[in-house]
Design a protein around this ligand. Structure first.
Ligand SMILES: [Zn+2]
Length: 46
């Protein structure tokens, strides 16, 4: 089962919840895919 949650604010990739697993990250009320969330780790999005 796959449910569309929203799109990444960085790369506009669609983010889904698959089988209860949320394939993305919420930060500051914004939605990021895992790739962008990882990339921004070192840049200090807080
Ligand atoms: Zn992204």
């Amino acid at each position: 089962m796959q449910e569309l949650i929203g799109i990444c604010v960085e790369c506009l990739e669609e983010i889904y919840c698959e089988n209860g697993f949320f394939d993305g990250v919420h930060k500051e009320g914004k939605l990021f895919c895992n790739d962008c969330a990882d990339r921004e780790e070192g840049h200090g999005i807080t």
